[in-house]
Design a protein around this ligand. Structure first.
Ligand SMILES: N[C@@H](CCC(=O)N[C@@H](CSS)C(=O)NCC(=O)O)C(=O)O
Length: 251
């Protein structure tokens, strides 16, 4: 018995690091330049892993962590075609041979796997349900892990905010419908992880956003008015990021 336990701890290098319940390894990583969150999820029984929204400049960091912890990266996934940074998915494919790039079909971007609405992605005993949540862009997906009670909302829903809707097929009507019908209908205790935060916050919950989101608690006409008057400057990297992200960041 003792020998089995020792062998298993040596084989599983991720056992001593941060983790959530039910056999899922979870790590939130950050890019300070674009304020982007990248998420590493790993099945602790098989070691199979996925990475959500990697940033090109951190591909070596992410690949190093994955290798150090002994995970096998199956998929480098984008929630959508980003406009503010170049995706690391293409670079990760060459750093970790055998891994595949993933994005929503409606994004129009190149990738190994194009997800349709409600398509499932498996890694070990874990499952991600990809749900189409257009509005910030047409191809936006929210990745839901029902087993863990967590969802990765990309730029569709940010903490006390949401993705802008003034470029890349953005539509306030579509975003409002996506959030109310696909995210706010999840169980209230689900933890939500966005692709960005500009104030140092890391996560939220369905119940919190239903109660406190200053945009999405409004009526649709009020929401449209807010979104049409954000007057945000275009992301600094947009002219480089969008063409690069059409080809997995390998422009
Ligand atoms: N200043 C940043 C871009 C900030 C920005 O526009 N963020 C986007 C998500 S990345 S396209 C957004 O939707 N923001 C919503 C909001 O209310 O802030 C840069 O130059 O990169």
């Amino acid at each position: 018995m003792l020998k089995v336990a020792v062998t298993s701890n040596i084989g599983r290098r991720w056992m001593s690091t941060g983790m959530k319940s039910s056999g899922l390894f979870f790590r939130q990583l950050f890019d300070t330049v674009s304020s982007t969150y990248t998420y590493l999820l790993g099945d602790m029984n098989t070691g199979e892993a996925v990475l959500i929204d990697p940033v090109l400049e951190h591909a070596e960091r992410d690949a190093g962590l994955i290798k150090e912890l002994g995970f096998k990266l199956l998929y480098a996934m984008n929630t959508h075609m980003h406009a503010d940074h170049v995706t690391g998915t293409g670079r990760l494919k060459s750093l970790i041979p055998g891994s595949k790039s993933v994005i929503g079909k409606a994004s129009g971007a190149q990738a190994d796997i194009h997800l349709a609405d409600r398509q499932k992605v498996q890694f070990g005993g874990q499952e991600i349900l990809a749900v189409s949540t257009p509005g910030h862009t047409n191809g936006c997906m929210t990745y839901i892990c029902h087993q863990q009670g967590i969802a990765f909302t990309g730029d569709t829903l940010l903490i006390r905010g949401c993705g802008r809707t003034d470029f890349q097929e953005g539509s306030p009507e579509k975003l409002y419908k996506s959030v109310h019908e696909k995210i706010f209908t999840l169980p209230g205790h689900y933890t939500l992880y966005p692709a960005h935060d500009y104030k140092g916050q890391t996560a939220t919950s369905v119940d919190e956003e239903k109660k406190y989101n200053p945009r999405l608690t409004k009526t649709l006409p009020e929401f449209i008015d807010i979104m049409n008057n954000l007057n945000l400057p275009y992301p600094k990297m947009i002219d480089k990021a969008v063409p690069a992200n059409r080809v997995c960041g390998l422009y």
